[in-house]
Design a protein around this ligand. Structure first.
Ligand SMILES: Cc1cc2nc3c(=O)[nH]c(=O)nc-3n(C[C@H](O)[C@H](O)[C@H](O)COP(=O)(O)OP(=O)(O)OC[C@H]3O[C@@H](n4cnc5c(N)ncnc54)[C@H](O)[C@@H]3O)c2cc1C
Length: 476
């Protein structure tokens, strides 16, 4: 009864229940009572123990959209599943920009992987970083733990930023991929506003109030719109010397237009909506250099204390681990059944597979999810001697939001823009967000800020010491 009560309270609070003390005593590596947790722990040491249980051992690397979908699709299968991730949480990356611009708190868009898989009895979670794969011996190398043997391996390790061969830009123009990235950007944006409030030197103040976002894809557009609303509307009531017209937000795109994945008409609407928020657009304008607090666009240097990189990604090193072929973005070339080796699959942002039109499928959450569900079915088919059909992606459409009340949507023949599209965007994102509590708090938070322009998470954490003044004067 008490155990049931503890479970209910934990579920309501969105936290993982504390393990039963006996569970810890019996299974020091973290398994649950009543499970084959002891055997599972042993599997970390050798492949032989997998065969003792007579169940195939499936190792999934990455608890993002693809990896989690694969594990959850195996919940009723007679297999043992181990999910390895270097982070303890699943992250809803589409809303990261709202954490970076103080609209949401980190916990509202992330959930502990252990809590998500709490009730899946054939799955266990290992917090560790994969550093290599011995494909012949079917063993994973981990940064901290023992090598992990597998019968089937699913690589869903995602992607990271790419600075197109300019790694030095990373320090000056952080990208947005993890919660740490989002908090670092939030800190930069909020500190720039705080410093601008008391700055007397006009040039330095202008640089502090200039925000440059590089990349005109969905993330860049969302970031630019959200920064414009934060710097122009949300904070202007709280500051005494910053008015809505002080701030400058510049969105830089190397190509001829924003959101090239959408139809030209919808992209044009998005551009108009971005301009309507007071964002300066620089299209056909490749960035030539980025230094401390300034960026060169074409021949012009723009002094800006905050520069955000949303221009490029490269896949995780999965192709290198396997010595497999990769495309220009480092994505592993997989066959039509998403396999790289007979017992190894790669899915999501880390894999390259052609869609119905022959072009590589985009790095988006629905592709990763559908591939995760597919590999679960494919492994079960292969285990019973059947040949799985090739993977086919069902395109459910594309959405992108611009600020707090505009979006564009392309779903089959349906084309929407403006408020209606934004409402659809809100519903879709709430639906796919993990956890009822997160859906509720994010939904209420959006409603609140829609009417008030308030940004609930405007917290600067860490040391708020201003940088030496010469850095910005040098930049200008
Ligand atoms: C800012 C941003 C906004 C986005 N917006 C949208 C959107 O609006 N709509 C949309 O559809 N898509 C969007 N995407 C893309 C979408 O999030 C990705 O396509 C999706 O997350 C890919 O899923 P995945 O499972 O392949 O990788 P991920 O979700 O990135 O998961 C990879 C996992 O692997 C783990 N990992 C990586 N390397 C290792 C290692 N060596 N060892 C152990 N674990 C490892 C990571 O910790 C992570 O948990 C956005 C992405 C970003 C960054």
């Amino acid at each position: 009864m008490i155990a049931l009560l503890r479970k209910r309270v934990a579920a309501l609070c969105g936290i993982s229940p504390l393990p039963h003390p006996d569970a810890q005593r019996q299974y020091p590596m973290g398994g649950r009572v009543g499970e084959r947790a002891g055997a599972a722990s042993q599997r970390a040491l050798s492949r032989g123990s997998t065969r003792e249980t007579k169940k195939p051992h499936i190792v999934v690397v990455g608890g993002g959209f693809g990896g989690l979908a694969a594990v959850q699709s195996l919940r009723r299968a007679p297999v043992d599943v181990t999910l390895v991730d270097r982070r303890n949480h699943h992250l809803f990356q589409p809303l990261l920009y709202q954490v970076a611009t103080a609209g949401l708190s980190p916990a509202e868009i992330a959930a502990p992987i252990r809590a998500i898989l709490r009730n899946q009895r054939n799955a266990r979670v290992v917090l560790d970083e994969v550093t290599g794969i011995d494909a012949d011996r079917q063993v994973l190398r981990l940064a901290h733990g023992n090598p992990l043997a597998f019968d089937w391996l699913v690589l869903a390790t995602g992607a990271r930023h790419s600075y197109f061969g300019n790694p030095g830009w990373a320090a000056h123009a952080p990208g947005l991929k993890s919660l740490d990235d989002a908090l670092a950007i939030r800190r930069r944006v909020l500190l720039a506003l705080e410093r601008a409030e008391t700055e007397r030197d006009r040039e330095r103040r202008n640089a502090l109030l200039t925000f440059v976002v590089i990349g005109g894809g969905p993330t860049g557009v969302e970031m630019a719109g959200a920064i414009a609303e934060l710097a122009r509307k949300s904070v202007s009531r709280d500051f005494r010397s910053i008015t809505p017209h002080c701030s400058r937000v510049v969105l830089v795109e190397a190509g001829p237009g924003l959101l090239p994945a959408f139809t030209r008409r919808l992209s044009a609407r998005a551009e108009a909506a971005v301009r309507g928020l007071g964002v300066e657009l620089r299209t056909s304008a490749p960035v030539k250099a980025i230094e401390a607090e300034r960026v060169q666009v074409g021949d012009e240097w723009i002094p800006a204390a905050t520069i955000v990189w949303a221009a490029g990604v490269e896949a995780s090193p999965a192709a290198r681990w396997l010595g497999a072929d990769a495309d220009r973005a480092g994505r592993v070339q997989v066959d039509a059944g998403l396999r790289v080796r007979p017992h190894t699959f790669a899915i999501g942002d880390t894999a390259c597979v052609a869609g119905a039109d022959g072009r590589p499928l985009p790095g988006i959450a629905p592709v990763a999810k559908q591939q995760g569900q597919y590999v679960a079915r494919a492994i079960l088919a292969l285990e019973t001697g059947r040949t799985p059909p090739p993977f086919v992606y069902r395109d459910a459409g594309k959405l992108a939001t611009i600020g707090r009340s505009r979006a564009i949507v392309e779903m089959g023949r349906l084309r929407l823009s403006g408020h209606a599209a934004w409402l659809l965007w809100c519903v879709a994102h709430l639906y796919f967000l993990t956890g009822f509590r997160n859906r509720l708090t994010v939904g209420l938070g959006w409603l609140w800020s829609y009417f008030t322009f308030a940004r609930g998470a405007r917290l600067i954490t860490g040391d708020a010491e201003p940088p030496p003044p010469e850095r910005l004067s040098a930049a200008a």
